[in-house]
Design a protein around this ligand. Structure first.
Ligand code: TLP
Length: 349
């Protein structure tokens, strides 16, 4: 953000690096609505290959990627199973209802993540009183669960149940490359779990805009049609695709640094003035739980801001901090000092 500010509100706040700006400046472009932009085509093909899928579609945002996917897998009146804590259920302005005309069925998975049996138990019988359960949406890494990794065996169970019951599976993989790096799972293995994957270049990968959906060729053909309908047809957008290609080349392996920084931050503040960690830190998200402290989250955020550290509220008594490309190990150490000061906990550990 501004010089001297440590911005931990989200990994969406990164600014393009000088090298990414050079890639943007050098991009070959054309009108992508005519299919003429070679850089977009390269990005779509490369993204599809990355996950072992047939085709890809470049979209402006993660929300559009998720919503186009829901739209293309379903018909109005269908039902979609989602985790109650998912981004699709909480932060996409009810667009599945407004735009695709489907009913989201929130699944509670208090112990963590839903698996095959949870899905099977909620699939509606074929009876004209009920909606048809058509799609399961999963999120990995999981934002509201503090960047947690979806246990891979549960993903496999979901695929198995979906195959047996004729359901589609969409993966909201806004941060799937964080998952891949942290869990050491190659992207094609996620590709085999989900019929469609949405992933973001504008989060940990550090591009200014852009998300991708990948799936089979028919699905992407329909999604391209729907993207136009949703107003997402873009023209000389190779300038953005170039930033995303640069991100794939240079910003994937380094996600491990963001994860190490998040762990260091979490360790340095755990216990300070009664703070606890809401979740074990597995990737780049730290959720602080202030509920057992004397300090209210809004006041804590104000004090942090006075110390040049930005974070966001994340539910009653919870505060989220996210590490990313524009945050160094030194920034994280400084942020930890600010947290401890805000909690009146001193800096001695
Ligand atoms: N998440 C943003 C906010 O909207 C909460 C953030 O700062 O984390 N799926 C997941 C799991 C996400 O975390 C997000 C963005 C999206 C989808 C939507 O992406 P955009 O913002 O590009 O529409």
């Amino acid at each position: 953000m501004y010089k001297g500010i440590i911005d931990l509100r989200s990994d969406t706040v990164t600014r393009p690096t000088p090298a990414m700006r050079e890639a943007i400046a050098a991009a070959e472009v054309g009108d992508d609505v005519f299919g003429d932009d070679p850089t977009v085509r390269e990005l779509e093909e490369r993204s599809a290959r990355l996950f072992g899928k047939e085709a890809g579609l470049f979209v402006p945002s993660g929300t559009m990627g998720n919503q186009l996917s829901i739209r293309c897998h379903t018909r109005p009146g269908d039902e979609v199973l989602v985790d109650r804590e998912s981004h699709i259920f909480n932060y996409e302005a009810a667009s599945a209802a407004a735009l695709a005309g489907v009913q989201l069925h929130p699944v509670d998975a208090p112990a963590g993540f839903f698996g095959g049996a949870d899905i099977e138990a909620r699939v509606r019988p074929s009876d004209y009183h009920f909606p048809s359960t058509r799609l399961v949406c999963i999120e990995n890494t999981h934002n509201r669960r503090g960047g947690a990794l979806y246990p891979f065996e549960k993903l496999q169970e979901i695929r198995e149940v979906a195959d047996r019951l004729g359901l589609r599976v969409h993966l909201d993989g806004a941060r799937i490359m964080n998952a891949s790096i942290a869990a050491r799972i190659e992207p094609p293995r996620y590709g085999r779990i989900a019929d469609s994957i949405q992933f973001c270049f504008s989060k940990g990968l550090g591009a200014p805009i852009g998300s991708m959906i990948v799936g089979d060729a028919d699905f992407i053909r329909t999604a391209r049609w729907e993207r136009k309908r949703y107003g997402g047809g873009m023209r000389q957008v190779g300038i953005l695709a170039a930033a995303c290609l640069h991100a794939l080349d240079h910003h994937v392996d380094r996600l491990a640094e963001d994860h190490a920084n998040a762990r260091a931050l979490a360790e340095a503040v755990d216990g300070a003035g009664g703070i606890s960690l809401a979740f074990a830190v597995e990737t780049n998200i730290v959720v602080l739980d202030l509920r057992k402290t004397k300090i209210a989250a809004p006041a804590f955020l104000v004090t942090l801001k006075q110390r040049n550290v930005l974070a966001v509220p994340f539910g009653p008594g919870l505060v989220r901090m996210v590490t990313h490309l524009d945050v160094t190990a030194a920034d994280v150490a400084a942020a930890a000092v600010a947290v401890r000061e805000a909690m009146g906990a001193g800096n001695g550990g």
